[in-house]
Design a protein around this ligand. Sequence first.
Ligand code: NAD
Ligand code: LMR
Length: 332
Amino acid sequence: MAEPINVVVSGAAGQIAYSLLYQLAAGTVFGQEQPINLRLLDIPPMMGILKGVVMELEDLALPLLNDILPTADPEAAFKDAAAVFLLGAMPRKEGMERKDLLAANVKIFKVQGEALDKFAKKDVKIVVVGNPANTNALICSHYAPSIPKENFTAMTRLDQNRAQALLASHLGVEVSNVTNVVIWGNHSSTQYPSTAYAKVKTNNSSKPVSEVIDDENWLNTEFVERIQKRGAAVIAARTMSSAMSAAKAAGDHMRDWWIGTKPGEFVSMGVTSDGSYGIPKDIIFSLPVTIKNKKYEIVQGLFISSFAQSKLDITAKELEEERAEANAVLKQ
Ligand code: NAD
Ligand code: LMR
């Protein structure tokens, strides 16, 4: 058995954490050979609730869970952290866009970036889930200059999972038979979910979606809109934002980063743009990546149609605007 690693969950008393923590303790993210020390970060008023979460974790009686530390102190939480899930932030309510949370949430990510910089391992892997996730990840990275930028990612895996599930249901195939759907851009209603490179497995052969779909126009219209607005649809129905599916997606994101992607398959992650596909540098933009030995690489050379280009431009512009707004908030 390997030495335990320190895994941090911020917002540990919240909704998403409640579903995520079981996955971590059960070994579905870091594998059945990797024990973990859980570092549960939340704010002081939540320490009572967190105590109950700790009791439940203990009562799971799971062998991979080595040690649990509930805390409101970022230093204690991030010390020697190997993997970090940043969930702790305010969720939106019905009628809001995710960027409306920026003023409230961006300061949290500045403080956490500074603490990560001082206390975490330099190869720590960080996924930001708290909204607006891309811009929060950018700010967090900015305030942690000693940690490589590629170690900061934003979660768009929920959008990818939604897109895979919707496409599979439209085609009448199992969800595991759909791969390589790509989420481009911001985790917001400007994101561009694309099926241009998606593959569908039918009778042991893998075909492009365009060869198996009757109504191709649906892919550029209703499909895109439903994925862009899925988070809002969940809030309207549940009166709270997605949590179970968000936790599953966070686990998927980190598991693929830790363990690697399957041959021939790519996944979407918000990563620091290196200028690939003409996307402005130094914003956190969701891109297709492959992962090996805990390092991701942006998939290169995909064809971008003029329709797709116009969508990429819109979401990139929104991210540049969010970056400017975040910087203005932090200067106040
Ligand atoms: P929640 O309100 O249930 O939990 C948030 C928790 O964060 C609370 O316990 C709160 O006390 C804690 N918190 C607040 N400030 C903190 C700080 N400075 N340090 C540590 N903890 C802090 O919310 P939730 O439903 O778990 O959602 C969390 C965030 O994730 C929201 O911003 C939500 O919009 C976002 N989200 C993102 C995605 C995505 O796909 N990227 C999906 C779902 C939700
Ligand atoms: C989601 O996509 O479900 C989350 O980002 C929550 C939200 O505000 O939509």
